[in-house]
Ligand binder design. Structure first.
Ligand code: ZN
Ligand code: ZN
Length: 268
């Protein structure tokens, strides 16, 4: 059966799952058309698959990543926790000086960062409120607006975190297939090639990065496989890393040799 069967074609309530007879079937697999039960159903975009089809890489790679990251803390969550004691200290110190407006802000920051770490869904939108609150407090206290220099990037970061697919998954928010695809491309699609490009650029100013860029570029290039499921790409990034690394290495070697031949010290 190659035509995708719709999972809306529901089996009758008494139909047992072919793999788990103790469970009732709740739908038909979008790939093979077999009945599946609730325990094994794998959602991917608009389609739902049985356990066997969901495990196939061409079907399951996005769903596998979604499950892996679902509710799992990322580096930002740990950074939030690390910043909480600072906010709390600020709240206590200003409280002891009777500066209540700042104390309230400090407590709000502590609450949001701890709630973020604990995965409380409200923390995600609440973070957006903090920079405007600080701005309001500074305005109210008649301070100069130089704080905008700090608050504009803070607001930018808050908005970026709010929109981030990785953060949505941490807070167990549903994300659509396109978002998952983009996250997969950034995280899992040949990260070596991406790293090669970063090191290639770094090699232009930092000689030690150049050979690393070449090694990563070679490794990344070997991984490229457009026929694989899912396809492994980023050939161009691997090539750029390799090329930039090679160029830097040639330039730096030439520079060292020319200085040595002129009897000049390597460090001017
Ligand atoms: Zn199937
Ligand atoms: Zn089943």
């Amino acid at each position: 059966m190659s035509a995708p069967a719709s999972s809306t074609a529901l089996p009758t309530p008494s139909t047992p799952c072919p793999r788990h007879p103790e469970h009732a079937a709740v739908g038909t697999c979008a790939r093979c058309g077999a009945f599946f039960c609730e325990t094994e159903a794998l959602r991917h975009g608009e389609h739902t698959y049985c356990e066997a089809c969901g495990a196939r890489p061409e079907v399951g790679h996005l769903e596998r990543m979604r499950r892996e990251l679902w509710g799992k803390r990322d580096g930002w969550a740990w950074l939030m926790l690390a910043s909480a004691p600072l906010h709390l200290t600020f709240a206590v110190a200003t409280g002891m000086d009777g500066m209540w407006a700042w104390t309230v802000l400090g407590v709000a920051n502590t609450g949001v960062t701890v709630a973020w770490f604990l995965g409380v869904p409200l923390a995600r939108p609440a973070l957006l409120v903090l920079p405007p609150l600080w701005l309001a407090a500074f305005q109210w206290k008649g301070r100069d607006l130089w704080v905008l220099v700090l608050l504009v990037p803070a607001m930018g970061l808050a908005l970026w975190l709010y929109a981030s697919t990785r953060v949505r998954l941490y807070f167990r928010q549903e994300v659509d297939a396109q978002r998952l695809e983009r996250l997969w491309d950034a995280r899992e699609n040949n990260p070596l090639a991406r790293l090669a490009l970063v090191f290639g650029l770094a090699g232009l100013v930092l000689p030690v990065a150049a050979p690393l860029a070449m090694g990563l570029g070679l490794a990344g290039l070997r991984r490229v496989d457009p026929e694989a499921t899912p396809p492994i790409g980023k050939r161009r990034q691997a090539l750029w890393g390799l090329g930039l690394g090679g160029l830097s290495l040639v330039c730096w070697t030439g520079w060292v040799l020319s200085r040595l031949s002129m009897g000049l010290p390597l460090i001017p």
